[in-house]
Design a protein around this ligand. Structure first.
Ligand code: ZN
Length: 256
């Protein structure tokens, strides 16, 4: 009898773990390149060549690595799995389709100031920070021209519903990213911040937007190009998400 109870309990636990749905959103894609920069590298024959690198490619690589770490324990989906254009509205629709519990949008930063450096994690909330407004302008770009009043009403409603969970998720994920990359790759921790990102508002669920380093910084883009950096970053995100899921009250378990 005890064995059957234990078995049922384990089944319930595994069921609960897989019933938590994570949607990972690699930013941009297709005709929307996101941040771009030119890098100069030396080839095997010692000759220098210059090529353009795109935020959309880094975001997809990192998102796939996060999925790989999470999928053994949790239901995990990507909003795009190859280089294609996906509107912000379509990404939000996918969150509804897969019944995502959390939404993780992955981006890389860009600034006209080439020295800007470091990594940061955002959750949806209002703020008055001018520097953050610049990041929002870039990431919200493909909703330009939309009715901002409607957007603000929607944003305020979603903030009310999600801000506590989103802030907690942002802190847990960011802390684990920092553990994996701050010292090892000498990356500046720019912290957890509020931001008005439309993709988070449209998804209408707890979510975060990760800026995993500055593509516009020539030194930093070298680090971002290393699979080791992206592996460590992905592990940090995955550990943070797992800890967040574990910290939540277990729904559907018998009350004893
Ligand atoms: Zn972006």
């Amino acid at each position: 009898m005890l064995k059957i109870t234990t078995l049922l309990f384990s089944l319930l636990l595994s069921e609960c773990s897989f019933s938590f749905v994570v949607l990972i959103d690699p930013g941009h894609g297709g005709t929307e390149h996101g941040a771009t920069t030119k890098v100069t590298r030396k080839n095997s024959k010692g000759k220098y060549y210059t090529r353009t690198v795109y935020e959309k490619d880094f975001a997809l690589i990192l998102a796939k690595k996060v999925k790989k770490h999470l999928q053994a324990k949790h239901s995990t989906y990507l909003t795009r799995s190859f280089d294609r254009t996906v509107t912000l509205e379509k990404r939000a629709e996918m969150a509804e389709t897969v019944k995502a519990d959390i939404f993780i949008s992955i981006h890389f930063n860009s600034s006209t100031e080439k020295k800007s450096h470091g990594f940061e994690t955002y959750y949806l909330d209002n703020h008055d920070d001018v520097a953050i407004k610049k990041v929002e302008m870039i990431e919200n770009e493909n909703l330009k021209g939309k009715d901002k009043v409607v957007n603000q009403i929607l944003i305020d409603l979603v903030i009310d519903k999600t801000v506590v969970s989103s802030k907690k998720l942002a802190k847990m994920v960011h802390k684990n990213i920092s553990k994996k990359i701050s010292k090892k790759f000498q990356m500046t921790d720019r912290g957890v911040k509020p931001g008005l990102f439309y993709v988070l508002a449209l998804s209408k669920r707890p979510g975060i937007l990760i800026e995993a380093g500055f593509i516009s910084n020539p030194n930093e883009v070298k680090k971002l190009s290393s699979p080791n950096y992206l592996d460590n970053y992905a592990k940090g995100i995955a550990i943070g998400i797992s800890k967040f899921i574990e910290s939540r009250p277990k729904r559907g378990l018998p009350l004893f």
